[in-house]
Design a protein around this ligand. Structure first.
Ligand code: UDX
Length: 438
C-alpha cells in the first residue's frame, strides 16, 4: 500500500520507517529542506536507537523516500498520516493545531483518489471533526475518511513500541476506513497485537487519558517518596509493595525529580484545557500538573539542603555537577527536563553549575545559559561540591567512586533516580542523598 506521512519529526519518522519495514511503500514529507536533505543522505535529525538502521535498510530497498514536495508525496497514497507537531500554545496551554490544520488543507488540495487521512499527532478531542471540515471545504472530488490513530511511543524505545505495541487504537467512523487501517497494520494483526476500533473522539481522548494517567502515577509515587523521607520509610519498597498488586501494576512507579519530556507536560495541560472548555474539570490532573512543576524546582532546594548537611552553610560560589541533562536516558531531548529547573534554582542561589550528558550536550548548551558543559563525568566532577545524578543514563550506573572522591572538593552525591545503594556510596566516603529512602 502507498502511504504518505506528513511531518518527518520524531513520530513521523518512526512511523514512516516502521510502515516501510512492514512492506508498504512510504513517502515521508517535511517542509524543512535541510531535514529532508539530511534524511536523503542517510543522516538522522534526531537520536533514536535503531532508527538510522531502519531508515537505511528500507531506503535501500526502495520502500522509503523523503521529499519536501507534498503534492508528489501524496499522489496515489491510499493513506496520508498527519504527524506534525502540536506544541503547547504560548500563553494558554492549548495545543497549537495550526500545523495540523495547515497540513489538512494542503493534503486536501493534492489528493488523487479516495484516501484515508489519519491524525497521528496528539490532538485534542474534536480535532478530527475539524480536519474533516477543512478537507470537505477544499472541495475534493474524492471520498476522504478522517481517522484518529494516536501513537504511544516512548522516546528511546520507539521502534520496539511501534512493532510490539501494548495496543493499537483506531478511531474510525466508516468500515472502508477500518479496512484500510487493518491492511496498514496487518503484520501486527498477525502477531496478535491488541487492536481496538473506537469512535474518532474516543480515540483522541484515549491518548490524553493514557498520558495523564501515567503522569498521575509518577506524581503519586513522587509524593509518597516525600512522605517516606518524613516518616523514615523506603519508597522503593512502597513502590514494589503496591506495584505487585496487578490492579496497580509495577510500571511508572519509579520516584524521581518529576516527569518531563515532549509529551506528559504538554498533554496534561492540553487535557485540562479541553476539560475546561467542555465544563468538565479533571481536578486530579490539575493537581498533578501543579505538584510536578513545583517538584522540579524543589529538587534544586534539595541539593542546597544536602550541601548544608555536608557542611556547606553558604552555597554561593560553590560548584555543582549535574550528570544527565536530558529528560530521560537514550534521547537528546531536553524539553521540560527537570535539569533545566534544577540548574536555574542552583544558579539563583549563586552556585556555579557544570553539566555533562552522553547525548544531549548540544541541545543543552543552547537551553542552559551559564551552565558550563564538561567533556565527561570526571571532568564535570573536578572540584565539585556536589554531584547530582539527574538522569539515569547507563553511563552513570557504575561510576568509579574512588576516582570521583579524589576529584571533588566535597564528597556529596545527590542521586535523584535512586540508582545507587546508599551503603555502598557511604562506604566510599560520600555524603549520600536519594529520593524517598532513609
Ligand atoms: C511518554 C509515554 O510513555 C508515551 O506512551 C507517549 O506516547 C509519549 O509520552 P516519553 O515522554 O518518551 O513517553 O517518556 P517516558 O518514558 O514515558 O517518561 C516520561 C517522563 O516520566 C520522564 O521524565 C521519566 O523520567 C519520568 N518517569 C517515568 C518517572 O519519573 N518515573 C517513572 O516511573 C516513569
Amino acid at each position: 500500500m502507498k502511504i504518505a506521512v506528513v511531518g518527518s519529526g520524531y513520530v513521523g519518522l518512526v512511523s514512516g520507517s516502521c510502515f516501510a519495514d512492514f512492506g508498504h511503500d512510504v513517502v515521508c514529507i517535511d517542509k524543512d529542506p535541510a531535514k529532508i536533505e539530511a534524511l536523503q543522505g542517510g543522516r538522522m535529525p534526531i537520536y533514536e536507537p535503531g532508527l538510522a538502521e531502519l531508515v537505511h535498510k528500507n531506503a535501500a530497498a526502495g520502500r522509503l523516500r523523503f521529499t519536501t514536495d507534498l503534492a508528489a508525496g501524496v499522489d496515489g497514497a491510499a493513506a496520508v498520516f498527519i504527524a506534525v507537531g502540536t506544541p503547547a500554545r504560548r500563553g494558554d496551554g492549548h495545543a497549537d493545531l495550526s500545523y495540523v490544520y495547515g497540513a489538512a488543507a494542503e493534503i486536501a488540495g493534492h489528493l488523487t483518489g479516495d484516501t484515508v487521512v489519519v491524525t497521528k499527532s496528539t490532538v485534542p478531542v474534536g480535532t478530527g471533526d475539524e480536519v474533516e471540515r477543512i478537507i470537505g471545504e477544499a472541495g475534493t472530488a474524492h471520498t476522504v475518511a478522517v481517522v484518529s490513530n494516536p501513537e504511544f511511543l516512548r522516546e528511546g524505545a520507539a521502534i520496539g513500541d511501534f512493532k510490539r505495541p501494548d495496543r493499537i487504537v483506531i478511531g474510525a467512523e466508516s468500515e472502508a476506513a477500518r479496512d484500510v487501517m487493518r491492511e496498514i497494520y496487518r503484520p501486527l494483526f498477525l502477531n496478535r497485537s491488541p487492536i481496538m476500533f473506537t469512535g474518532r473522539r474516543t480515540a483522541e481522548l484515549i491518548k490524553y487519558a493514557a498520558n495523564a494517567f501515567l503522569a498521575t502515577k509518577i506524581t503519586f509515587i513522587n509524593e509518597m517518596a516525600d512522605l517516606c523521607e518524613e516518616v523514615g520509610a523506603d519508597v522503593q519498597d512502597v513502590s514494589r509493595g503496591i506495584g505487585l498488586d496487578n490492579r496497580i501494576g509495577a510500571k511508572f512507579l519509579h520516584a524521581g525529580p518529576g516527569y518531563g519530556g515532549s509529551c506528559f507536560p504538554k498533554d496534561t495541560l492540553a487535557l485540562l484545557k479541553t476539560a475546561e472548555d467542555f465544563g468538565s474539570p479533571v481536578r486530579i490532573v490539575e493537581a498533578v500538573v501543579q505538584v510536578n512543576d513545583a517538584r522540579k524546582r524543589a529538587m534544586g532546594r534539595k541539593v542546597i539542603e544536602a550541601m548544608a548537611k555536608a557542611g556547606i552553610a553558604d552555597p554561593r560560589g560553590r560548584k555543582v555537577a549535574l550528570l544527565g541533562l536530558t529528560f530521560k536516558p537514550n534521547t537528546d531531548d531536553m524539553r521540560d527536563s527537570p535539569s533545566l529547573a534544577i540548574a536555574t534554582a542552583l544558579q539563583d542561589a549563586g552556585i556555579e553549575v557544570v553539566g555533562y550528558d552522553p547525548e544531549g550536550m548540544e541541545v543543552a548548551q543552547a537551553m542552559m545559559p551559564g551552565v558550563a558543559m564538561a567533556s565527561d563525568t570526571y571532568a564535570a566532577a573536578q572540584g565539585a561540591d556536589a554531584i547530582v545524578l539527574v538522569t539515569e543514563w547507563d553511563a552513570f550506573r557504575a561510576l568509579d567512586l574512588a576516582r570521583l572522591k579524589a576529584l571533588v572538593a566535597t564528597p556529596l552525591l545527590v542521586d535523584l533516580r535512586n540508582v545507587y545503594d546508599p551503603d555502598e556510596v557511604r562506604a566510599a566516603g560520600f555524603h549520600y542523598h536519594s529520593i524517598g529512602r532513609p
